[in-house]
Design a protein. Structure first.
Length: 197
């Protein structure tokens, strides 16, 4: 936990951007009747939230599934398309089973997987500490501002998400992170080992 909090204290450096990654799913729901609460499930999409909190920028990737290969392709997009000029990308993410270097090797040839692994400095949030990932905050905002209604197909979902993302990026909306290591040592002291003298 303290490692992630220390990353958030680093000064902004475009050559070493701090990028937070998280994902969620959205069910496509269509209406069956306009006079009652009946609906039909049309499928599910996965949304990868890629957030650079210090720059006030975010990207949302909509995929059909949330597999190791989808995660690996997301990392390649971050490295090759979003931050190709960075020296290293500081990545904050949770410990989901797909969030591992093995996913890169499952999706790509070994040389490509190794190239991508070398691009990232990875920091994992602790178990039950995914709230430390600022991308989760962005997903919560996306859910409230954009996804809290029925969307019945992937094209509609992509259109709505793109409009939301553009509005927030143009505004340069940043996360006002204030939780520090000192706060953690006080408020979460039960999580720290105790040493009796």
């Amino acid at each position: 936990m303290e490692g992630v909090l220390e990353v958030y204290k680093r000064p902004y450096d475009p050559q070493r951007p701090v990028v937070c990654l998280d994902e969620t799913s959205k069910q496509w729901i269509g209406e069956v009747a306009h006079y009652d609460y009946e609906y039909v499930r049309n499928g599910v999409a996965n949304l990868f939230m890629i957030s650079e909190p210090r720059a006030g920028q975010r990207e949302v990737e909509v995929t059909d599934r949330r597999t190791k290969k989808d995660y690996a392709r997301c990392l390649r997009k971050i490295a090759d398309e979003m931050y190709p000029d960075a020296e290293v990308i500081v990545l904050v993410q949770d410990n989901l089973n797909t969030h591992s270097p093995a996913s890169l090797y499952e999706a790509f040839e070994p040389m490509e997987a190794r190239r991508l692994m070398n691009w990232f400095e990875v920091h994992y949030t602790p178990k039950h500490g995914s709230w430390l990932d600022m991308a989760e905050i962005e997903l919560g905002i996306l859910g409230r501002q954009c996804l809290a209604r029925r969307i019945d197909n992937v094209k509609g979902l992509c259109r709505e998400v793109a409009a939301w993302k553009t509005d927030r990026n143009v505004a340069g909306t940043k996360v006002n992170w204030q939780f520090t290591t000192a706060d953690a040592r006080i408020k979460l002291r039960r999580l720290y080992p105790s040493f009796e003298e």
